[in-house]
Design a protein around this ligand. Structure first.
Ligand SMILES: *Cc1c(COP(=O)(O)O)cnc(C)c1O
Length: 469
């Protein structure tokens, strides 16, 4: 077949499907998908012919087009990327990377039946929370614990259990919005609780809390300012003091800790963040936090606190709707167990390993990558080794940053620099394993904190494709 000038010259669908090269495609993708792809290609070609385009296409060409379509259709949408944004716990890139022990356990749990809700001692029905509850209590000092889908679910479930149709007192300065449309006031409404705001944006006093308590009050609540900081003329009431005011009136005190760390991060040379244990010790009756933020595990919401309150929470029918699956449980348990040995934690817990990477280590890595990257990008761009600062991310410690190293890339000529940078950014994003960096201050920044040595070869292998992209 040479030039096609009229649609009638195109082969029929059935005829194309019977061609030899189609066999392999039928094996891989099945007849239905192949038929759809061939129809689609023929329809597209037909419109091009009708539009007057000169087309030369053999049946093999048309099948090649169909193959492209099939490949695209069957390619996974959720793909691995390189997170070189400098934000370790990047919510849009899936937050915490799991430790190897968790990965192994997840693979096991997915491929074999497991005692998720089965008591192996006496052969009776169990509760999935039992798998991790004692471990969490040991690590936090809490009396009891229960697990739900994420921290947003944890807050919803706690409020719906303890404050349905009643009032919860929160400081104005803590009415936070977390990315992805989690707003404390909205969650509270959905939980059926009534928000009573006290204090002002920058200052809240003990008397504000005490003065707002009525017979309709169900609880006092503190929300950790995880993704912002209020500075200047400020005053907030400590967890211990809010707990004191609550307990004087026989009310529970709830803390939404957000990130929630199980360790004193200063012991690893990192900025201080209040721990779950400290919050429990300050007198909080219920504390909620995420599994995939500082904890470094799977997406989950962990609720810890007083035994009788946790028992009430577990009985709420919403718990059934918000519970986690076996894959989450499988990942959570070994992650928590790593905390039993602080000596190996920074090595085994992936997130902590990334937080504690030495700047000199990343600098050496940047120096190795400099020449090959410069060669791939050519003379239009300048690549430099540069110090930069990484963020912990996911709202943890919003104002603290970690000294880091990486590569800074900028156009050699100032002409249309903005457009050149945007194109560069999309070239990195178009790689087989997309690279996500950061555009800032007239440059494209690749922070190497999250590029561990074992992944470096795969990263470098893609450089030649930057040239052609
Ligand atoms: C992150 C965060 C949440 C939401 O947690 P998810 O696990 O993402 O649902 C709620 N409250 C605070 C204070 C947070 O930082």
């Amino acid at each position: 077949m040479s030039e096609i000038t009229h649609p009638s010259q195109l082969p029929a669908v059935d005829k194309l499907l019977l061609q030899k090269p189609m066999e392999a495609l039928r094996q891989s993708y099945g007849l239905d998908a192949c038929t759809r792809a061939v129809r689609e290609v023929l329809a597209q070609t037909r419109s091009r012919v009708l539009a007057g385009e000169a087309i030369t296409a053999t049946p093999a060409d048309l099948i090649a087009l169909a193959e492209q379509q099939l490949k695209k259709q069957f390619a996974p949408r959720l793909r691995p990327v390189f997170n070189l944004t400098g934000t370790v716990l990047h919510t849009n890139l899936g937050r915490a990377l799991l430790p190897q022990a968790a990965i192994d356990a997840v693979v096991q749990a997915m491929s074999a039946p497991a005692n998720l809700e089965y008591d192996l001692e006496d052969g009776s029905r169990g509760d999935r929370d039992d798998l991790v509850e004692s471990l969490i209590c040991e690590l936090t000092g809490a009396e009891a614990a229960t697990i739900v889908n994420n921290n947003a679910a944890a807050v919803l479930l706690v409020l719906s259990t303890l404050a349905l149709n009643k009032e919860v007192i929160v400081s104005r300065g803590e009415l936070v919005e977390i990315g992805g449309a989690f707003r404390i006031p909205d969650v509270m409404t959905r939980a059926g609780a009534k928000l009573v705001e006290v204090g002002t944006t920058n200052r809240t006093h003990e008397k504000d809390y005490a003065g707002a308590i009525t017979e309709n009050t169900a609880a006092l609540m503190k929300v950790h300012c995880s993704n912002y900081a209020i500075s200047g003329f400020t005053k907030s009431v400590s967890d211990a003091d809010v707990a004191g005011i609550s307990h004087e009136k026989g009310l529970p005190m709830i803390v939404d800790l957000g990130s929630g760390t199980l360790i004193d991060m200063r012991d690893w040379g990192l900025p201080y963040e209040v721990t779950v244990r400290e919050t429990v010790e300050s007198g909080a009756d219920i504390v909620t936090f995420s599994g995939d933020k500082l904890l470094g595990g799977p997406q989950a919401g962990i609720i810890v606190g007083k035994k009788e309150l946790i028992a009430q929470i577990k009985k709420n029918p919403l718990k059934r709707a918000l519970r986690v699956g076996k894959i989450t449980m499988a990942a959570l348990e070994p992650t928590l167990r790593l905390y039993l040995n602080p000596e190996t934690l920074a090595q085994e817990l992936t997130t902590l390993r990334l937080f504690t990477r030495k700047a000199a280590d990343m600098q050496a890595q940047a120096e190795q990558l400099l020449a090959p990257l410069q060669a791939a990008l050519g003379a239009n761009f300048v690549v430099e080794v540069a110090p930069m600062t990484s963020q912990i991310g996911s709202g943890a410690l919003p104002v603290e940053s970690l000294p880091s190293f990486g590569l800074k890339i900028y156009p050699a000529s100032g002409k249309q620099a903005g457009r050149q940078l945007n194109q560069l950014e999309s070239r990195f994003r178009a790689l087989p394993r997309p690279v996500i960096g950061r555009l800032r201050d007239d440059a494209y920044w690749l922070d190497l904190r999250c590029l561990e040595a074992f992944a470096q070869a795969e990263f470098v292998q893609q450089f030649p494709q930057l040239t052609s992209a």
